[in-house]
Write a protein that binds this ligand. Structure first.
Ligand code: DGL
Length: 258
């Protein structure tokens, strides 16, 4: 049996690479719903229906022992519905790391960088109310970063000015010289740009990437003891036709497109 890792595009690879470190003997199926990418701007009801609809076929075809929903935009919207619709399958979600950020911040100023969808979600607002009520949390919804991250990881040139414009609202100055010290990367695409973010940031901050924590959660559900699984790790693109650069990237990740 395999572990299925799902995202709207190639951002979930940032989670897959951590999951493989912790579970080297497992077989992984990576699914990119690229026919619907980006999820960030979708209307909620339509996107929920889209995601649950995709899983009906995926669970039939791959019968995974575990699903890692490596997408904040999907998890904050559809995790509960997926668990209800596919009660025999375990799901690990990816939601903004607001709790660890609130525990770690020294200045009390935290920013959450995410897609416009994740920023709008009631789920995200509830995380702030429950875990970060003593912090000032700025939600920054970015229209372009997921696409820019895809371009960057495929080897295309991206302009510093375009990235700077997207991350600038994360940097907040408060009273008494306080300033933002943590930016939560609340979209799985963004860790691919972490080095660019560090270089362009107006001051150093901790860029919080939850991928390792998600992989640990997946390991705790999947169990450490497991016979090695036969078969290649594979990637599925819902468009059926990833471009050449994406295909090369998948090969670099050791994923065979099926
Ligand atoms: N990677 C997805 C996330 O974690 C979203 C990218 C998109 O489709 O807009 O939110």
């Amino acid at each position: 049996m395999s572990i299925l890792v799902f995202d709207s595009g190639i951002g979930g690879l940032t989670v897959l690479r951590e999951a493989r470190v912790l579970m080297p003997d497992r077989r992984f199926v990576y699914v990119a719903d690229d026919a619907a990418f980006p999820y960030g701007d979708w209307e909620e009801a339509a996107l929920r229906e889209r995601i649950v609809g995709q899983f009906a076929g995926l669970i039939d075809r791959h019968a995974p022992e575990l699903v890692v929903l490596a997408c904040n935009t999907a998890s904050t919207l559809a995790l509960a519905e997926l668990r209800a619709a596919f009660a025999d399958t375990s799901f690990v979600g990816t939601v903004p790391a607001i709790k660890p950020a609130a525990e770690r911040t020294r200045s009390g100023l935290v920013s959450v960088l995410a897609t416009p969808g994740t920023v709008r979600r009631e789920y995200t607002r509830e995380l702030i109310r429950s875990f970060a009520s003593r912090c000032h949390v700025r939600l920054v919804g970015s229209r372009h970063l997921a696409r820019l991250a895809e371009a960057h990881i495929r080897g295309e040139a991206i302009a510093d000015a375009d990235i700077r414009a997207e991350i600038e609202p994360c940097f907040v100055k408060g009273e008494g010289g306080r300033r933002t010290d943590i930016v939560v990367l609340a979209c799985t695409h963004y860790p691919f740009l972490a080095n660019v973010f560090r270089r362009l940031a107006p001051w150093p901050v901790d860029w919080l990437d939850p991928a390792e924590a998600i992989a640990r959660r997946a390991l705790s559900l999947a169990g450490a003891e497991h016979p090695p699984q036969a078969g290649d790790d594979v990637a599925v693109f819902t468009s059926g036709a990833p471009d050449f650069a994406t295909a090369r990237l998948m090969a670099g990740f050791g994923l065979k497109i099926v």
